[in-house]
Design a protein around this ligand. Sequence first.
Ligand code: SF4
Length: 406
Amino acid sequence: MDAPNHNALGLYFSIPFCRAKCTYCNFASGVYPASEHDRYVARLIRDLTAVPAWAQTMQVHLPRQVDTIYFGGGTPVLLAPHLFTELFAAIRSHFQLTPDAEITIECAPGQLPDDTLDAMVAAGVNRVSLGVQSFVDHEATLSGRYHTRDIVLEDLRRLRAAGIPNLNIDLLAGLADQTFASWRESLAVLCETGVPHASVYMLEIDEDSRLGRELLDGGTRYSAGLVPNDDTIAQMYEEAVTSLTASGLQQYEISNFAHSGMESRHNLRYWQRRPYLGLGLDASSMLHAADQTVLRATTSDDLSEFLTTAETAHETSWLAPTQQLEEAWFLGLRRNAGVHIRDLITEFGPDAVAPSIAVAHRLAVDGLLSTAKNIVRLTDRGRLISNDVFAEFLGLAPAHHAAQSR
Ligand code: SF4
């Protein structure tokens, strides 16, 4: 992989429209009429135009050069082809795309019309992420998905024929009626497809999805009674690491696996703390200010509020260097490449880093981290309880250095 360019920007576009709501989904997405799509894209284009003035007001650096773009959601491919064309024209008029920019779009299998695919390719999309979740048709149906295994395989064929070999498949461990055997089947089919990238997630049980709420309430709707238990889900994850690795998809982050050189450059920027600008509903940005602070900004997750306010509002927070150090730990540890102590000392200074190094050594004794050659990495056991490990790196700074606002 080439060294990351810290002077280029990543753009994220949230497209919150779906054909139906999946039972497990906890994203800010929903089913809306196509007329809303037009209004939404018009709003995105207006926001793109307004962004330089907003960055100036916030006194943050907004690189003009863009080296990754990611359309997530939602189901971005539901947008009509002309909307992609208009959006890309606006992007190109406000930003300068590097010749090798990685441009990814998320796609729900079976929901990619030919004219949309043509418009995407013409616009420069060169990577597609397919939300498959399961190759077992019955599990996909129970989750509210419309696709079958054959539909996914046909989409892969069409995408490759259209000149997009850079493909990702998402799988989800913890679906209703999923068994260890059916999970292995999904993994085997994924490996057979030969895609160069895979993402494996474990079901999140929270109030934000229908299935999550049902599980928390102890109910049985959405086949909640058929969801595998936590231990089985953890074993499924471990099985994924083993079988994907054996097929040449090397793990490079807790949930991500790729052939060498095919890692998602856009997602890497989040863990490498490189700048990004999020546009649309419930979108996050991270931009650097001249005074060493970092701005984190998030937009509303309410579509009607987003569409009707005169200017897009941002919830903002400023990270002082001590908080950036915490992020350097818990974002860096997500990657198998780990956190290099030397890099932290260079960026934050030895005194600031010392308390967290002591924590890393303590967690290494507990078998949750390794510290060989001054590179700190999660062990296999640490990866299974990574959130607990990350929490150990929070709040180490003296109180007067912590949260700052401007
Ligand atoms: S999981 Fe994806 S396709 Fe399903 S409702 Fe959520 S955003 Fe839409």
